[in-house]
Write a protein that binds this ligand. Sequence first.
Ligand code: ARG
Length: 464
Amino acid sequence: MRKVASGKIKKTSAKLLDEFNASIMFDKEIYNEDIDGSIAHVKMLSKQGIISKQSEDKIIDGLNTIRKEIQDGKYQFYLKDEDIHMSIENRLTELIGDDAKRMHTARSRNDQVALDFRMFVLRSNKKLNELLYKLQRVLLKIAKQNTDTLLPGMTHLQHAQPINFAYHLLAYISMFKRDIERFENSGKRNNISPIGCAALAGTPYETDREYEAKLLGFDSISINCLDSVSDRDFALEILFNISVLMMHISRFAEEIILWSSSEFGFVELSDEYSTSSSIMPQKKNPDVPELLRGKTGRVYGNLISLLTVLKGLPLAYNKDMQEDKEGVFDSIKTAEISIKILTKAIESMSVKKKNMLKATKKGHLSATDLADYLTTKCGYAFRDAYKLTGEIVGYADGAGKDMSELDIKELRIFEPKIQNDVIEVLQLENSMNARNSEGGTSVNSTKKQLEYFQKWLEKNNTAL
Ligand code: ARG
């Protein structure tokens, strides 16, 4: 039987306890980090003369064999081993004998798990960002093709003012840029090694924590060991950052669902990324964006769950903390597949420019432009201009026309000071282009925004 030897516990544990206590079923996910951590640890121990060079070499060889066994699916995970840390140590003992027993000198599973899990999360921050950069690239590509594709901009889901489709996508590009920055900032903030803190209070051995941290690619070592073995802020941060990302994805998904309905008809998802109904043969369902919207719920749940696990824990390590991993793994996997499929779904979706344009002719999108015209050209106070425009909207509704379709005679009935130039002002494209302030929707301003994000992408995503 493979179990941690203990002075206090003489009897074999109950099978039910093994089942309840074990984390091996899920923490095997961090085997790579555990092996990387152990290799660095024995290198440090040997450099410090705490173990021999011979032991170091044998341990590293054994650990590399174990890594290969796991990668090749030939490794046996036993519930009795409790977790990935004991599993690897026990297998190492089987492989190389007594030298394996020197590996755990000057460390504890408490700093070991804090290290492994942290490294896994730091690597995941980077992995998610690589995927997000790909998404940004696709969004920018579609945006560039649609700088003059008019569609109704909305507030309260009601037609408001004309915008272009690139401008709409740029709003999401802005959100995803912030998401990328959040993952990056969190990665930088948490790039601190806890290893060497041992159980809670440091170690009497003459270790070199800086050296070990450097071998593992950390920027620095943690200051206080009691905190280092108890700290799961890095895990909370990735859970929060994924929650915000998924909230953005969910809003985008909701728009794609609306846009692909027959009421909107603004986009059509490709067959490859659509599903059918089991009973209604005419249907094409947007399951992809619906699932993206739905999966947002579970990542919020994972965040709340870990916050709750941690909230009342006394220092330092408590077994409650073993509950920190599954939610994080789940959120990371959910985010990964969500970003990937969103990228594919929008890359293959068709943009129905004509339907978007048609929709802009409903809802008097240039009404604000008429109010502005009355204010700037006819001497109205804005409130009075607003009121008169409201009356003209009522007239246009009665005549079955959009405001952009009224002729000069009709407009002059309401205000004789209105001149011919108003007709141009009320054209929807002109209305969009009039919003040329910084960050506005004019084609000119949209192109500047595209350029800004393109440059940012080139500068930051070196994998381009
Ligand atoms: N499986 C444990 C976890 O994930 C590892 C740390 C165990 N430490 C301990 N003192 N029991 O939290």
